[in-house]
Write a protein that binds this ligand. Structure first.
Ligand code: ADP
Length: 246
């Protein structure tokens, strides 16, 4: 009876912890959805009311509306994938992909946004066209999550470097910044769902702690590995490795 009771107690505790995590998650996601929506609505209404006479300003507002919609799309894609991964329903369209070209395409699409955030963008491809079997859309999502984090947490470093290299066995992709970096004891834990580093870094930053968890799951499902290291002289470096196709 005692044993049964304590098992039940542990179960109840686990369930209530789970419930708290779920509620926090839902409220964080809602908050994250609300911020871009508010901006889109406000700028949209101002443009609609004809209140903005200056052509340059109008273009700026439109650009913000587009950028915020894209942010919403990334967020919704992440949440959808989070659900699919949790239920084991995520599917991949695996095909031979030139990793360098796929990564460069993502970086070029994001270049303006990164530069607007004050980041100098550096691209290096030493992979000589090496390819790996992966799902390009999932690779894009992984990189977008890393770049989103960079803008959120490491923009003060004013620098991002994406590089691709290859040896006989692997193709390796690196994303490095010169921001505050990630303390050694958090470098594995940041890949856990809902784990965020300390309050001072994340308190005023939107986020629900699922980005890197999704990134790791996607990479591993495609047969790769993702780790976080220190960047020299400062900052964080994320390294993704896929077995190279021959
Ligand atoms: P979220 O950004 O929603 O909090 P993530 O899973 O994407 O969730 O990231 C987990 C945590 O890792 C972040 O909360 C942040 O503390 C830390 N982090 C991620 N990328 C960086 C980076 N480039 N520099 C510093 N800290 C980072």
């Amino acid at each position: 009876l005692l044993l049964g009771g304590s098992v039940l107690l542990v179960q109840v505790r686990r369930n209530s912890l789970e419930a708290v995590r779920k509620t926090t998650f839902v409220s964080n996601v809602s908050h994250e959805l609300k911020t871009p929506l508010t901006t889109i609505r406000m700028y949209g209404e101002m443009l609609g009311d004809g209140l903005v006479k200056n052509e340059g300003k109008r273009k700026g507002y439109l650009a913000t509306i587009i950028a915020e919609s894209q942010r919403l799309t990334r967020l919704v894609n992440n949440v959808l994938d989070f659900g699919r991964l949790e239920r084991g329903e995520k599917t991949y369209d695996l095909r031979e992909t030139t990793v360098g070209s796929a990564a460069e395409e993502v970086l070029e699409m994001q270049r303006l946004r990164l530069e607007d955030a004050g980041l100098e963008v550096d691209w290096e491809d030493d992979s000589a066209g090496a390819s790996a079997k992966l799902d390009p859309d999932s690779l894009e999502q992984v990189l977008l999550n890393l770049l989103d984090n960079l803008v959120k947490y490491a923009a003060e470093g004013e620098y991002v470097r994406m590089g691709v290299s290859a040896d006989a066995a692997d193709v390796c992709l690196e994303v490095a910044d010169r921001g505050p970096g990630i303390p050694p004891d958090h470098r594995e834990r940041i890949f856990e769902t809902f784990h965020r580093v300390d309050e001072s870094l994340t308190a005023n930053k939107p986020g629900c702690g699922i980005g890197l968890g999704i990134a790791r799951k996607l990479v591993e499902d495609m047969g790769g590995r993702i780790i976080c290291e220190a960047n020299r002289p400062r900052g964080a470096k994320f390294r993704i490795t896929f077995p190279r196709s021959h």
